[in-house]
Design a protein around this ligand. Structure first.
Ligand code: GLA
Length: 665
């Protein structure tokens, strides 16, 4: 179990460093991420490297028994780089430059940026590849975090090359993007631009490809650095820190290239329900690479600086969220950052060692958690614990949220989270996977929930069909199976791949629009639905016009609105399984009602029965983690060995923010 933080010693005089190491030992720190923002100190001028200070830091840490997750320092190019090569600066869709003075001011596709980054990475990797202190490599930092998309000339040129590779011919590109619409037909790739500011809606195929391209450019930067580290002879695992469900980067595509997935998470301590979204993020990153424990690379010990107002964490909340991460597969708990900065934009951001010193609640909690983590034995990998798959797909996310849809108020992540919260309240273990993984057989899910599967590739549709035929319960819809990977309607209408499976046909999408004023006819623009197993619930966003075509049953019908009396939820037995289609997005309570119904029908059990909603439970092999996020005490009958104390327990009693890790033995 790693424990530590980003360590930025260049922010402090050298006399402080030995004290840092001593304090790290006091706190039980085992590893620090070193040098993430050190480029301007490591390379003060082009062609000139200064490693002596870094050598001394690495030695000090090594002597102190603190391992190093060594950064490649490429996340914030130094001022000399953009002064000499202004073309490395990224631009927004209006052509405005992201100037230096902050961080991440680089265009990922810029050949000059990549050359400068490569020279730096090679120098660092060659110097430290064999150093015994270095146990991991930390490539760049939160790729794409601030510059979500770059529209620079470097991006333009790279996009043209990327399109050439993807389509082979400009005719294929014209076909995919449907460029006969609005006179957009291209004669050569050199006529194509990034989707910069245009008079009106840009071509949706172009926008979707630009999102793919953006993720790929960032990934190319990662891969370049990874390959250089390896070429320098390094054998340690290599990672870069993810940000959970981060829209610009398709982490499902990235994860195979990381030896270890690491993730940064900053749930809002002021939101009493944010622990559920945090649990979603943990489950997502675990599911990206389930065979290898992941690392919580950054969280905050206490308050942040970057929300409109930054609530402190409550006493115990930091440890509770750390336990949540461990229970959901993490083998490392690290923070941003080790010592609170004295200057700069993040000087009010909490740290392991507060600026106010060690006579602080933060420090005491940091030391206490370090002791508890140090007592943990090796923990099992978290594979095959979930019976439920929640489908999450980046390309679909991008396509769902494109413009000019029947419903332009779709927030894909918010809707997926609504489904996740309903599962979380029922203490069910969930993996969050792309559609292709649902039927993999390896995971063996009983239930798959696939909200808003708008962009559905053929192999993914086939996987869902075979999942159901093999005995799985699938719930999908609305706004699903609408377009192919180019965001074009498929031949033959809608639901061309899942319609037969679900036993329904879709006639129209029927957006539900909140009335601007009280409707003249009551119920005209709002809708509710209910059925035998589904207590009445509110429909939002869509009341799709679906019709049952075969042996599907209507499990719930709209009870008000223009679709009153028509199907809202259908179910069809297919093969050994069941395919359900939901013609609306229920509100929070409605999603709970539907989740309860499908969990019961699929026979999915909670990890532990009888827990209140403010407690959470997770399984990681034989390790069961219970965390109480609420004010009411929770008593859990749970027999086994307490992983921290090593003692046998029959039950655990948890006050607010208490947690327990118990091996069921
Ligand atoms: C991100 C960055 C860190 C720091 C924190 C602050 O996670 O990676 O460098 O800025 O945010 O919360």
């Amino acid at each position: 179990m790693h424990y530590g933080a980003d360590y930025n010693p260049e922010q402090w005089p050298e006399e402080i460093w030995p004290e840092d190491v001593a304090r790290m030992r006091e706190a039980g720190v085992t590893m620090v991420s070193l040098g993430i923002f050190s480029w301007s100190r490591i390379q003060p001028r082009e062609g000139e490297f200064d490693f002596e200070w870094l050598d001394r830091v690495v030695e000090l840490l090594h002597e102190g028994g603190i391992a190093v997750d060594l950064a490649t320092a490429t996340a914030s190019p130094p001022p000399w780089a953009s002064a000499a090569y202004p073309e490395i600066l990224p631009r927004d869709e209006n052509g405005a430059v992201y100037w230096p003075g902050s961080r991440q001011q680089f265009a990922p596709s810029s050949p000059v940026y990549r050359r400068l980054a490569a020279e730096l990475v090679t120098a660092i990797a060659e110097r430290y590849a064999a150093h015994p202190a270095v146990v991991m490599w930390h490539v760049n930092n939160e790729y794409g975090c601030h510059v979500n998309m770059d529209f620079s000339d470097a991006a333009r040129d790279a996009f043209r090359r990327w399109l050439g590779d993807r389509y082979g011919s400009v005719d294929a590109l014209n076909e995919a993007w449907g460029t006969n619409f609005w006179s957009q037909r291209y004669q050569s790739f050199d006529e194509v631009f990034p989707p910069r500011k245009a008079p009106y809606s840009v071509n949706p195929g172009q926008m979707l490809d630009y999102r793919r391209f953006t993720s790929d450019m960032l990934l190319e930067c990662y891969l370049m650095e990874r390959d250089l580290i390896r070429a320098a002879g390094a054998s340690q695992p290599i990672t870069t820190n993810f940000m959970g469900a981060f829209k610009p980067a398709d982490y499902a595509k990235w994860a195979p290239h990381l030896d270890v997935v690491s993730d940064d998470a900053y749930p809002d301590p002021n939101d009493p329900e944010s622990f559920r979204a945090a649990a979603f993020q943990r489950d997502l990153v675990r599911s990206l690479k389930p065979e290898v424990p992941w690392i919580l690379m950054e969280q905050a010990t206490n308050a942040l600086n970057w929300r409109p107002a930054n609530a402190p964490k409550a006493p115990g909340q930091m440890a509770a969220l750390s336990a949540q991460a461990i229970g959901r597969g993490a083998d490392g708990i690290l923070f941003f950052q080790w010592r609170q900065s004295r200057a700069g934009a993040e000087k009010f951001h909490s740290a392991m060692l507060p600026y106010a010193g060690t006579e602080t609640r933060t420090w005491r909690e940091v030391v206490a958690l370090g002791e508890q983590l140090a007592a943990l034995p090796a923990l099992p990998a978290a594979t095959h614990d979930a019976r439920v798959a929640l489908v999450f797909d980046w390309e679909n996310w991008w396509a769902v949220e494109a413009s000019d849809h029947p419903q332009n108020q779709l927030d894909y992540l918010a809707i997926v989270l609504r489904w996740y919260r309903a599962l979380h309240r029922r203490h069910v273990q969930v993996d969050i996977v792309p559609p292709s993984r649902v039927a993999s057989g390896v995971d063996g899910y009983d239930l798959a929930i696939a909200p808003l599967l708008y962009l559905l590739r053929e192999p993914d549709a086939a996987a869902l069909v075979s999942f159901v035929e093999g005995g799985g319960h699938l719930l999908t819809g609305p706004f699903s199976d609408v377009v192919d990977e180019a965001d074009r309607f498929r031949e033959g209408g809608f639901l061309t791949q899942l319609g037969a499976l679900c036993g329904i046909r879709l006639e129209d999408f029927g957006a539900l629009v909140e009335p601007d004023a009280p409707p003249t006819v009551p119920g005209e623009r709002e809708a509710r639905f209910s059925g035998e197993f589904v207590p009445e619930a509110r429909a939002t966003l869509f009341a799709e016009e679906i019709a049952v075509t075969s042996d599907a049953t209507v499990e719930a019908a709209f009870t008000s609105g223009r679709r009153a009396g028509h199907p809202a939820l259908t179910a069809r037995r297919a093969g050994r399984g069941v395919a359900r289609y939901l013609a609306t997005v229920p509100d929070e309570a409605g999603v709970q009602v539907v989740v309860d119904h499908v969990l019961a029908d699929a026979g999915v059990a909670p990890v532990l029965p009888g827990l209140p909603e403010h407690a959470e439970v997770a399984r990681r092999g034989e390790l069961v983690t219970v965390v109480n996020h609420g004010a009411r005490r929770v008593d859990v009958p749970l027999a086994g060995i307490d992983a921290v104390t090593g003692e046998r327990v029959d039950s655990v009693a948890l006050e607010q923010y208490d947690w327990a890790l118990v091996f069921e033995r």
